[in-house]
Ligand binder design. Structure first.
Ligand SMILES: Cc1cc2nc3c(=O)[nH]c(=O)nc-3n(C[C@H](O)[C@H](O)[C@H](O)COP(=O)(O)OP(=O)(O)OC[C@H]3O[C@@H](n4cnc5c(N)ncnc54)[C@H](O)[C@@H]3O)c2cc1C
Ligand code: SF4
Length: 406
């Protein structure tokens, strides 16, 4: 007998492979996303009951990034072992100084969202923004410059943009994390470009737990978290500070400490074994184009933001060039290798991933299927590092199984 969608989802959640993207909620209106006790979004059934449905099950199995992620190979694209397929690579920033200032890096996604909606190229952009209680993050519909600016900047907390009911509407666009972009692209696979939304993505080091945000708020001296009236993770400068506002005061922590020491270490397991932190399934993928030291490590010194931008598809190329022609984005072509050089976290994770996956399997974990990523090739480039990754992942998998059994 066909198993139910709920049984298939539960298998992903129990094995800790759920990224919290929310795409499964598109398959059944009785499902929605809720924070679990570790502070991550997971699908839960609110209404209705799960009955076996072979078509929905197959859609889920083909799209859920906790089950499968593939590396697309569009015709005519160059291939990079760390960046995937791309047609062009650029460094860009918003021509509008406010979008550039408020944006996470160059404000490129904010400028594109504004321009796409205000010119009628799309009817709306799905993105993420602060909730009415700004310690939380929610999905949002961007329809003009004001709503784009309100959503500018990165939210280092759980939010499921792929769960928005009409996110696959071909008249719209979405700003999505790479796992969300993968789920949406796989759900729309086989459709002509005009019948799927424009997918904008960004490089992603992983989704931190909501608890990490809440802990940071307390650490900064806010006694009653309900009094928080504003919370931004970065932006308003590049990279900008983690900033919490209450009626009494503004509290800040620099990016290196807030991301590096507090939020980053709390990312969920699925993000630690992510094969695609670079938005391979999107039309366009943006990232920080940091200034670096002589070893290639980002300096995180304040400056005017600049985004690296990878053009993944012909549709992405059309959007970028029209935006450049319209004077919405400024910038210049850039060798893709220069983007790799300022993203040590991404290259480290991909290079270690094969070892991590092998170690996790040896430790009894079930891991997703990854197709078309050169993980084994990258692992063979440094065998000692790979052996270390296998041992470490196996040890952690066994420890986690033992603690679950207690
Ligand atoms: C969890 C996370 C991890 C990241 N890791 C990296 C990394 O490893 N390397 C790197 O170079 N860059 C990373 N970034 C991306 C980087 O912070 C910038 O988003 C990127 O450089 C684009 O900058 P921008 O100025 O063009 O974006 P902006 O103009 O500021 O626009 C940001 C857009 O992203 C949307 N958004 C914000 N947070 C989320 C979210 N959590 N989920 C879905 N949509 C969201 C907003 O709605 C907005 O439309 C990460 C971002 C996030 C949210
Ligand atoms: S990874 Fe996404 S699609 Fe898969 S179970 Fe989790 S929320 Fe649903």
């Amino acid at each position: 007998m066909t198993r139910t969608l709920d049984e298939a989802i539960s298998e992903v959640v129990v094995s800790d492979n759920c990224s919290g993207c929310g795409a499964c909620c598109l398959l059944d209106p009785g499902l929605s996303m809720a924070l679990d006790r570790d502070g991550f979004l997971r699908p839960v059934r609110r209404e209705g009951s799960a009955t076996p449905d072979a078509q929905r099950l197959s859609q889920f199995e083909n799209a859920c990034p906790g089950r499968i992620v593939s590396s697309p190979r569009p015709r005519g694209a160059s291939r990079h072992p760390q960046l995937g397929s791309y047609l062009e690579s650029w460094v860009v920033w918003a021509a509008d100084p406010e979008s550039r200032h408020r944006g996470a890096s160059g404000g490129s996604l904010t400028a594109l969202s504004t321009w796409l909606t205000e010119t009628g190229r799309v009817n709306r952009v799905v993105g993420a923004t602060a909730a009415p209680q700004p310690r939380r993050t929610i999905s949002v519909t961007i329809t003009d410059k004001a709503t784009a600016l309100a959503a500018a900047g990165s939210r280092y907390a759980p939010v499921a943009t792929a769960a928005v009911p009409d996110v696959l509407d071909p008249r719209g666009a979405v700003v999505a994390k790479p796992c969300e972009a993968s789920a949406l692209a796989r759900m729309a696979a086989g459709l002509p470009e005009a019948e799927r939304p424009v997918i904008l993505s960004f490089f992603c080091a992983g989704t931190p737990s909501q608890q990490a945000t809440d802990d940071l708020v307390r650490e900064l001296g806010v006694e009653d978290p309900e009094t928080v009236t504003g919370l931004r993770y970065r932006g308003c400068g590049w990279p900008g500070d983690f900033t919490v506002t209450t009626p009494q005061a503004e509290h800040t922590m620099d990016y290196r400490t807030s991301w590096g020491d507090r939020l980053g270490p709390s990312v969920q397991w699925r993000c630690k074994i992510c094969p695609d932190g670079v938005g391979e399934s999107a039309d366009l993928a943006a990232c920080d184009y940091w200034e670096t030291d002589e070893r290639g490590y980002p300096l995180f010194e304040e400056g005017d933001g600049r985004s690296g931008l990878l053009v993944r598809t012909e549709r992405g190329r059309d959007v970028l060039h029209a935006a450049l022609e319209a004077g919405v984005l400024l910038g210049e072509p850039l060798a893709a290798e220069k983007i790799v050089a300022v993203q040590p976290g991404q290259t480290w994770r991909r290079s270690n991933l094969w070892g991590r996956l092998v170690g996790a399997r040896l430790g009894g974990r079930h891991v997703p299927r990854y197709r078309g990523f050169p993980l084994q090739r990258l692992a063979l480039q440094d065998l000692r590092r790979t052996v270390r990754a296998i041992r470490g992942a196996r040890r952690r998998a066994l420890a986690s199984a033992a603690s679950r059994a207690r």
